[in-house]
Design a protein around this ligand. Structure first.
Ligand code: CO
Length: 174
């Protein structure tokens, strides 16, 4: 079944997300559907709560040409360590169409995660994959990029966010 992306202020974007415990066909199909909706909406990354699934699961593709070989799936991810160095960059989010702002992210992180078979891995990420990972990882903790924008962009986007709340109501949009 095709998935749709929940938009702010949909409450599921703020709900707790539980660990994935079943590494089955259903998980594979959810991941495939997440990539489908991500590509269809020109996104680079997507977290499960954004499609109404409150589980610790994220996907992204940091490749400029969206080469399928570059697809990344992180099940039950966690951040083991973060570089002291960080960098400001512009971000957007599929749950916030037309909203962009600068966010500070660590330039390098070490992460652990499981793959679709439940096998555990550790990996060091830097550059674009590190930024996308931190953005999607925040979603798994109910944290949104508007929470982390530098003050100037919080101000710039304030009216647009108010408009989304007025337009969609407290339930957001599915
Ligand atoms: Co996002």
């Amino acid at each position: 079944m095709p998935l749709s992306i929940l938009q702010y202020p949909h409450p599921q974007l703020r709900e707790p997300n539980v660990d994935v415990t079943k590494f089955d066909e259903e998980l594979r199909s959810v991941v495939k559907n997440m990539f489908d909706v991500m590509y269809a909406t020109d996104g680079m990354g997507l977290a499960a709560p954004q499609v109404g699934i409150n589980k610790r699961l994220m996907v992204f593709n940091a490749d400029d040409r969206m080469d399928k070989a570059e697809e990344c799936v992180f099940v039950n991810p966690s951040i083991i360590s973060r570089s002291s160095q960080s960098k400001l960059g512009e971000e957007g989010c599929l749950s916030f169409p037309m909203i962009y702002g600068w966010v500070e992210r660590h330039t390098k992180i070490a992460v652990s995660y499981q793959d679709l078979d439940g096998k555990k891995f550790e990996q060091v990420l830097s550059g674009k994959p590190a930024v996308i990972f931190q953005h999607e990882y925040d979603h798994l903790d109910g944290v949104l990029f508007i929470d982390r924008m530098i003050p100037r962009y919080k101000v710039i986007n304030k009216r647009r966010l108010m408009k989304m709340i007025q337009q969609y109501g407290p339930g957001g949009r599915e």
